[in-house]
Write a protein that binds this ligand. Structure first.
Ligand SMILES: C[S@@+](CC[C@H](N)C(=O)[O-])C[C@H]1O[C@@H](n2cnc3c(N)ncnc32)[C@H](O)[C@@H]1O
Length: 284
């Protein structure tokens, strides 16, 4: 069986081919673009998981498949002892530079989520964002992450599967329209071909029994990111539009979120509606 299709070289090329690889989605100030708004909401959502009585309230945090470490930056800024692990040496170098230019502290490790060189029980939070959907075998990395969690430690996986009918579907016409403008202006700096990596269409129901089997309790899941991604380059949805357009979207999206009062946090939604879903649990 293929362990993961995104091998080291593929991920390295993927990072090298992206002109937006050098900026981080973390900000101390009010978010000024939709991706910063998304990461601010991921952070707030993760804080609701950390407010559980089941969590040991420890400060040792590992991000698996960290990329530039946009979410770890929130943990680091809040005083957590952060480690960023990624298979791609290139992105670990990028992350080091970004952290040092933003005065953020962390440990950086090139490593494989399937076999991590960390002691048992050595972290209080182990999380990943946009990583599990690239794995065919999810059992081994879940087992690895639970192994290194301490008692009362929190496991979080934020997963972006192949979804057909989510919130994005209603808004794709805007992206098509923006793409037309962009190609006309010929200002697209992201037009290089993107390295294709494997993406699964598994929903949370496939993760929950594995998490239980590995010794997690208080296991939960929900849909998340209940907003569309609006971009002239939806293949690279993190490509930013001009500042004023991004600011207008942030204002509009905040308004939309303020009306989503059905859940513990407005970033939560029904699974299948948002762009992604999240699963979490605490080590017994
Ligand atoms: C879609 S990116 C997400 C990056 C980051 N979490 C973020 O939120 O921006 C997936 C990351 O997982 C990393 N990755 C893929 N397979 C991995 C593995 N087996 N072990 C560690 N990292 C891996 C890739 O190099 C890439 O940086």
């Amino acid at each position: 069986m293929v362990k993961y299709t995104g091998d080291n070289e593929e991920w390295n090329k993927n990072w090298q081919s992206r002109s937006e690889a050098n900026y981080i989605h973390w900000t101390k100030d009010d978010p000024v673009n939709q991706i910063q708004l998304a990461f601010r909401n991921h952070w707030e959502l993760f804080n609701t998981f950390m407010s559980s009585k089941l969590f040991n309230k420890g400060k040792r945090v590992l991000e698996v498949g960290a990329g530039r470490g946009s979410l770890s930056a929130y943990f680091s800024d809040a005083g957590y002892d952060c480690t960023l692990l990624d298979l791609s040496p290139d992105v670990i170098e990028i992350a080091k530079n970004i952290y040092s230019s933003n005065d953020l502290k962390a440990n950086f490790v090139v490593g494989d989520a399937y076999d991590m060189d960390f002691e048992d029980n050595s972290y209080d939070v182990v999380f990943s964002i946009g990583v599990f959907e690239h794995f065919e075998d999810i059992v081994t990395p879940i087992k690895e992450q639970v192994r290194i969690l301490d008692k009362g430690g929190l496991f979080i996986a934020y997963i972006v599967p192949e979804y057909q009918d989510n919130v994005q579907k209603k808004y794709n016409w805007i992206n098509e329209l923006l793409k037309g403008y962009e190609s006309n202006l010929k200002t697209d700096t992201n037009s290089q071909s993107k390295e294709e990596v494997y993406r699964s269409d598994r929903w949370s129901e496939k993760y929950l029994p594995v998490m239980k089997q590995m010794g997690l309790s208080g296991i939960s899941s929900c849909g998340t990111y209940p907003l569309p991604m609006i971009s002239h380059s939806i293949e690279f949805p993190f490509s930013l539009m001009p500042e004023k357009s991004e600011l207008a979207l942030v204002r509009h999206f905040k308004e939309m979120l303020s009306k989503n009062t059905k859940y513990d946090h407005p970033w939560m939604c029904e699974e299948g509606y948002g762009n992604s879903f999240v699963v979490w649990g605490y080590k017994d």
